[in-house]
Design a protein around this ligand. Structure first.
Ligand SMILES: Nc1ncnc2c1ncn2[C@@H]1O[C@H](COP(=O)(O)OP(=O)(O)OP(=O)(O)O)[C@@H](O)[C@H]1O
Ligand SMILES: [Mg+2]
Length: 511
C-alpha cells in the first residue's frame, strides 16, 4: 500500500501585480517523507509554501491535509492542522531569549500566569528527543545562524507540527551545520514527521530528499524520486535547457596591492581578541577566498575593513593610503563595495522600490546624484541596467524589494555593488540563496570584473565556490590566518580539515 498523503495541493494559482507566482501548481507529499521543492529564483517555491502555511490565500486551487479539504486564512489555522514553517529569512525577535521566542504566542499558562518552568521543561525535552542542541536562556541576538535555525525548528515543533516546511534551511549553514541539520531532519522523519523543504544546492537535495518536485516559472514541471535523477538532470529540468558552462579565460594578477592588512588585531563583542595579528594582501585583479567555520573572525575581518570596528592594533592600507582611521562612509566612497551576509539587515530597504535600493550607499555619486541632488532619471536608468545585467526577475523597478523572491533580492545587492565599479568588493556569501543558473552567472560576472582589475575578498561557506572562484585561499581559525592554499590543488576535504584545525597529515585534531 502506498503511504498516505500528508498534503496535496491541486490547481494552485496565485497572482501578484504583474506576476503569476503559481500557475496551476500540483504537488502531493506523502506522509513521513522528505520532499524537496526546487526551481529557479522566482519560480514560485516560497509562494507555494506560504499558501500551504496559510500566509497567502491562493486565487484558485484546492488543498488537502490528511485527506481533508482545507482552506487557511492565517498561519494559525495551518498550525492547528499540524503544519509549521521555518522561513527563508528568520523571524525571531533578537532581544528576547530562546525560550521567550519559542513560547511567544503559545505561552503555557498556570493560574493565569505564564508557566516558565513548564515551558523550559518542554523545550529541553523537545531538544533532547530530536537531538536539537539549544540553550533556553540565551539571547537570540547572540546566536549563530545554525543555532537560530534550531530555535525556529523547536518553535514549530513546540506548536505540535507534524508537517514541517523549511524554506532554504541550508542556505545559511556551513557544511558541518548542514550535516547536523540533515541528521535532525532524518530523526524527525524517523519519528513520523513529514518534511517539505526548498534548497538550491542540488547535491544536498539528492542526499536528503525522498521525492523532488520541480517548479519552473510558476508551474509544476515534474515530481521525481530522488533516486531517479542526477544533479545535472535536475538543473536542466529547472532551467528548461542546458546549464551555462564556465569560462576558461586566464588572466593576470597585478603586483599592485589593493588592500593590505598588517598585524591587524581587533576585539570582539565578548571583549576577547576576534582577530589576532592578521596579515593579508589582496592584489589588483585577484579574488582572495577566505575559508573558515563561521565565527572564526570572518565577520570581524569584514567590519575592520569597512570601518565598522576599530583596530586594537595594526593597520589597513587601501590603494596606497592608510585608511585605519577613516570613517565608514569615506572608505565606501573611495571604492570599497560590500555584499553583506544578511541582505535583510544590512543590504536592502525592503519597503522601498528597487530603484531606491539600487542607489543605497551610492546616493551621493553619479549616476544617482547630480551635485547634491538625487538624479531620479539617472537612478532609474542605472537600476534598469542592473536589472537586465543581473537578470533580476521583477515586473519593474517600482516594485518593492520585499516583493522580490529571495534569490532576486540577493542578485539586486550584488548587482548594485558591482555596478558601482569598486576597487575592492567584499563579498560575504554572494551566491547564498541563488539558483544554480544564476550562481553560474554571478561567478562569470565576478570573473569578468576581476579581469578588469577588481579585487575581491570572497567569504563563503560554499567550499566549491571558494575553490572554483578564488585565485588564492586563506583559512581562518580562532581569529588567525592559519593556512594559505592554492585552489588548483585544494579539495573540499583538505580545506575542511584546515578549517577545523584537524591535522591534515593524520586526519587527527590538532592540539
Ligand atoms: N508579496 C509579493 N508581492 C508581489 N510579488 C511577489 C510577492 N511575493 C512573491 N512575488 C513574486 O512572485 C514570484 C515568485 O516568488 P517566490 O518568492 O515564490 O519565488 P522562489 O521560487 O521562492 O524564489 P527564490 O529561490 O529566489 O527564493 C516572483 O516573481 C516574486 O517577485
Ligand atoms: Mg524563495
Amino acid at each position: 500500500m502506498p503511504p498516505a498523503t500528508a498534503v496535496e495541493l491541486t490547481g494552485i494559482t496565485k497572482r501578484f501585480p504583474g506576476v503569476i507566482a503559481n500557475d496551476d501548481v500540483h504537488i502531493r507529499v506523502a506522509e513521513g517523507e522528505i520532499h524537496a521543492v526546487v526551481g529557479e529564483n522566482g519560480a514560485g517555491k516560497s509562494t507555494l509554501m506560504k499558501i500551504l502555511y496559510g500566509m497567502l490565500v491562493p486565487d484558485e486551487g484546492q488543498m488537502t491535509v490528511g485527506g481533508e479539504v482545507v482552506s487557511f486564512s492565517s498561519p494559525g489555522e495551518a498550525i492547528d492542522r499540524g503544519i509549521g514553517m521555518v522561513h527563508q529569512h528568520f523571524m525571531l525577535a533578537d532581544n528576547l531569549t530562546v525560550m521567550e521566542n519559542v513560547i511567544l504566542g503559545a505561552e503555557p499558562l498556570r493560574r493565569g500566569a505564564i508557566d516558565l518552568d513548564a515551558a523550559r521543561a518542554s523545550l529541553e525535552k523537545l531538544g533532547a528527543s530530536y537531538g536539537l542542541d539549544i540553550h533556553p536562556d540565551d539571547m537570540v541576538e547572540t546566536l549563530e545562524v545554525g543555532e537560530r535555525q534550531r530555535v525556529e525548528i523547536i518553535k514549530v515543533l513546540y506548536r505540535g507540527a507534524r508537517i514541517l516546511i523549511l524554506d532554504e534551511p541550508t542556505a545559511v549553514l556551513v557544511p558541518q551545520e548542514v550535516e547536523e541539520l540533515f541528521r535532525n531532519l532524518r530523526e524527525l522523519k524517523a519519528q513520523g514527521h513529514t518534511i517539505i523543504f526548498i534548497d538550491h544546492k542540488l547535491t544536498e537535495v539528492l542526499a536528503i530528499a525522498d521525492t523532488i518536485t520541480v517548479l519552473r516559472a510558476g508551474r509544476t514541471v515534474t515530481t521525481v524520486d530522488a533516486g531517479d535523477v542526477t544533479a545535472q538532470e535536475l538543473a536542466e529540468l529547472m532551467i528548461g535547457g542546458d546549464l551555462p558552462s564556465p569560462s576558461t579565460t586566464t588572466h593576470q594578477i597585478d603586483d599592485h596591492v589593493t588592500l593590505s592588512l598588517a598585524g591587524v588585531t581587533v576585539t570582539g563583542d565578548d571583549q576577547r581578541e576576534a582577530l589576532s595579528d592578521v596579515d593579508l594582501a589582496i592584489h589588483r585583479g585577484e579574488i582572495l577566498g577566505v575559508a573558515g567555520v563561521e565565527g572564526n573572525g570572518q565577520g570581524e575581518l569584514i567590519e575592520a575593513i569597512l570601518g565598522l570596528r576599530q583596530l586594537a592594533g595594526g593597520s589597513l592600507t587601501f590603494n596606497g593610503e592608510d585608511i585605519s582611521e577613516w570613517p565608514v562612509r569615506r572608505r565606501r566612497e573611495s571604492g570599497i563595495g560590500y555584499v553583506p551576509e544578511d541582505r535583510h539587515r544590512r543590504g536592502l530597504l525592503l519597503d522601498a522600490p528597487l530603484w531606491e535600493n539600487a542607489m543605497l550607499g551610492h546616493q551621493t555619486v553619479e549616476p544617482f546624484a547630480k551635485g547634491s541632488l538625487i538624479d531620479r532619471a539617472g537612478a532609474r536608468n542605472a537600476t534598469e541596467a542592473i536589472v537586465s545585467r543581473f537578470d533580476i526577475r521583477t515586473p519593474g523597478i517600482d516594485t518593492t524589494a520585499r516583493s522580490l523572491s529571495g534569490g532576486n533580492q540577493q542578485k539586486l545587492v550584488i548587482g548594485r555593488e558591482i555596478a558601482a565599479n569598486p576597487l575592492l568588493l567584499i563579498a560575504a556569501h554572494p551566491t547564498r540563496g541563488i539558483d544554480v543558473g544564476a550562481q553560474a552567472a554571478v561567478w562569470e560576472e565576478l570573473r569578468r570584473v576581476r579581469t578588469k582589475g577588481l579585487s575581491v575578498l570572497l567569504i563563503s561557506a560554499d567550499l566549491h565556490e571558494l575553490i572554483g572562484l578564488a585565485d588564492r585561499l586563506v583559512v581562518m581559525l580562532g581569529g588567525k590566518v592559519v593556512a594559505e592554499l592554492d585552489p588548483a590543488d585544494t579539495t573540499p576535504r583538505l580545506l575542511g580539515s584546515h578549517m577545523t584545525g584537524a591535522d591534515v597529515e593524520n586526519g587527527e585534531p590538532a592540539q
